[in-house]
Design a protein around this ligand. Sequence first.
Ligand code: HEC
Ligand code: HEC
Length: 235
Amino acid sequence: MSFSKCASLVATCIAAALTSACVERTAVERGESLFRTPELSPSPTNTISCRTCHAPAALEAGEILSGGSLANVVGRPTFWGGRVRDLREAVNDCLRFFMRHPSAEGLSMDDEHGLDLLAYLESLGTGPSDAVPFTVPLDVVDIAPGDAVRGRALYDAACLVCHGAPGTGDQRLVQQAAVIPDETIAEHGPELGRAFTISKVRHAQFFGIGGDMPPFSLEVLPDDQLADILAYLGY
Ligand code: HEC
Ligand code: HEC
């Protein structure tokens, strides 16, 4: 610990001594805070955190997360469905692709933030673990019609956090996330809007499409559930 940091900690301790215990937060605790706030990305337009797309353990009821659970992530042999072999690179990809991190280097796991985040990820389990399958269909084909009532709950679980309410965008966390389905239909028409939405959910910004939405694999959002969401959106 540097002298100035130590001195300020002592000052804080003296100030806090009368009312509460004086304990410096551990690396795991600091890492957990970073995991849950947008501050790991220096971009002023980033409003999301790791927790927007990942759960630290089992998913809570009513959550469908593109990045899934990170339980035992340190013990996984590969990441991103075998496309990435290095944990640091897997995290940097998320920072660059989804959290608007400006640097091509992304986050360095060697700096203070990186070490705290790593300590937190290690606290989620280090035992040997299987790689998590991550299947993204190459070709976007239409899917069978779904059910709008089921689709509402699925939309709320998977899309609402970023896009807000359909048709208005009310309470959206990400201002750059379009108001769906309206903006898509205005731009592409209903037929192409449906195909475009399937493509966006499966391929997101990849395959030359662009943007910064995350892709949903067939494992986290099977086709029948996507069909229900499309029905709820009126496609
Ligand atoms: C916008 C959504 C999103 C955000 C924000 C996000 N991730 Fe991800 N993350 C994903 C997706 C999608 C994948 C690829 C899916 C997969 O591999 O299961 C992924 C993969 C990963 C992986 C590899 C897991 C594996 O087994 O393949 C790690 C580790 C990871 N993310 C950590 C983080 C950390 C740490 C943060 C915060 C700095 C973060 N992610 C932010 C969506 C996100
Ligand atoms: C982590 C935040 C996030 C989540 C979750 C998310 N999106 Fe997005 N989405 C975005 C952002 C940001 C954009 C705009 C940038 C882009 O096109 O990638 C976008 C764009 C889109 C577009 C293109 C709109 C247009 O007309 O340009 C569609 C369609 C879409 N999302 C559908 C969905 C659906 C359906 C879900 C749920 C299955 C979903 N999104 C979940 C962030 C998100």
